[in-house]
Design a protein around this ligand. Structure first.
Ligand code: IPD
Ligand code: CA
Ligand code: CA
Length: 264
């Protein structure tokens, strides 16, 4: 795809951070002796990735704002544009030596995501999208799936862990959804879950208690691949509550009806 100058900057930053994380991932696989040492090491890898991305993006576009998971947010001189960055999505996978994690970089303009890059270095899969120009993975055009029968669909989610408050709601979703579909996956990287919906690998995804950096790039990828994204509660916005439903356009209504059902 012939992308904008901003997209090129985002891709270069994601690839450079990806090289650093791949080196650290090899190291962490040999470091399982002490979970404290491995945890500290991964946290340093995560912060180093954010620094690489932040340095590259702010050098190229000094006036844009910044929202990243590992550093302080900055209101830019240009208040209409900001980067939204997760330097390592799927940290728990990374720590456990599971090759399913990614870098997620989005550009927001006047409250709307206009450019997106998600890079999965372990599989060498680079997902990109710009508003109105479609979504691509390694230069191949992406389309959401066209499955319209729930019983043939697989869905991804994130299961609330470590005392998150939305476990009962998610267990309720699973009890309703699982008998009606072909399966539910929990692979541990929300950015890739959304990229996989865009790629037609998953038919849909939902999750609660997410942050903007987990979703920003993935939301544009799904839209540009012809899918729907919406807040879980219709009286809210996706970022406001950190809750999202994404799916191919054929199954969205049926899927959303199940996920939006409240316990009796
Ligand atoms: C996490 C992953 C995970 C989701 C969590 C996120 P992190 O991001 O996206 O799939 O279930 O809610 O916090 O911490 O690995 O960047
Ligand atoms: Ca994340
Ligand atoms: Ca992260």
């Amino acid at each position: 795809m012939q992308g904008s100058a901003n997209l090129t900057i985002m891709i270069n930053a994601a690839r450079k951070a990806g090289r650093s994380l791949v080196k650290d991932f090899r190291e962490v696989e040999n470091l399982q002796v002490s979970s404290k040492a491995a945890g500290d090491f991964v946290s340093r890898a995560d912060i180093a990735s954010e620094k690489i991305i932040r340095d590259m993006l702010t050098e190229a576009r000094p006036n844009y704002g910044w929202l990243g998971e590992e550093s302080e947010p900055v209101e830019g001189k240009d208040p209409t544009r900001r980067w939204i960055v997760d330097p390592l999505d799927g940290t728990t996978n990374f720590l456990h030596g599971l090759p399913h994690w990614a870098i997620s970089i989005a550009l927001e303009f006047k409250g709307e995501i206009v450019a997106a890059v998600i890079f999965d270095p372990a599989k060498d899969e680079l997902y990109v999208a710009e508003k109105g120009s479609g979504a691509f993975m390694n230069d191949q055009r992406l389309r959401v799936s066209n499955r319209d029968r729930m019983i043939e669909c697989i869905f991804a989610t994130g299961l609330p862990f470590a005392g998150k408050l939305t476990l009962p709601a998610t267990l309720h979703d699973l009890a309703q959804l699982m008998p009606a579909c072909a399966g539910v996956r929990r692979w541990g990287a929300a950015a890739l879950d959304l990229a996989y919906v865009a790629a037609g690998r998953y038919d849909g995804f939902w999750e609660r208690e997410l942050n903007p950096w987990d979703m920003a790039a993935g939301l544009l990828l799904v839209r540009e691949a012809g899918g729907f994204v919406a807040p879980l509660r219709e009286d809210s916005t996706i970022f406001e509550r950190g809750e999202v439903i994404a799916a191919n356009s054929a199954i969205f209504e049926k899927f959303a009806r199940i996920i939006r059902q409240r316990p009796a």
